[in-house]
Design a protein around this ligand. Sequence first.
Ligand code: MN
Length: 240
Amino acid sequence: MKKPLIGITVSMDTDQSFHRTSEENIQAIVRAGGIPVLLPNLETEQEIEELSNTLDGLYATGGDDINPILYGEEPIEKLGVTVPMRDHFELTIIKQFLSKGKPFLGVCRGMQMLNVATGGDLYQDIHSQHDKKLLQHTQKTLLKYGAHFVDISEDSLLYKIIGKDKIMVNSLHHQSCRNIADSFKVSGKASDGIIESIESKKHDFALGIQWHPESMLESDDGLSLKIYQEFIQACKVHAN
Ligand code: MN
């Protein structure tokens, strides 16, 4: 059977002059059985539509902060770098994918963008916008090591994939999902209440994960690889 073609969204330098992504993101797709294609941050809806029609799955990766204007807020002091070309492209292609019912996997910023694209919103900076004390979500250890636990709801796609109700994950984010669209549900949470995964109630596979499974492929006994394998499996089913 033909391997599914998986579009990978990529970062841009702050001056928007270069596209780039990590080797880990590429290898995660390759090892799970997909053919990765790095996506340029195109501008027009029609170009993006033609691109999304050629792909079997979309993998939105981590990166810079998301412009809060996209969910109706002005920037607070602790907002980091935002990259308008990437924001625009990702928002557009995620909406197209969801309307086609094609499989989507988002990690870190990719999950946050999924939430914004479906009408949810974010904490621009969890530490300055939360009343209570939070865990350290920007770990100072290498990302191949876990940092905090995530509790996974049993009635979820994520639980079906992982087969456990509690796992240790890495953490490198200062933004997070706040309100979720009605058509989505929270399937994973940290012990401080921070949302660590969301998924669609109506799509077969539209999953967002706040941690970086691509950085744990060698260090968590295959749990992270399972996420990519199930994603690729969904892409195969959809492509045929
Ligand atoms: Mn975290």
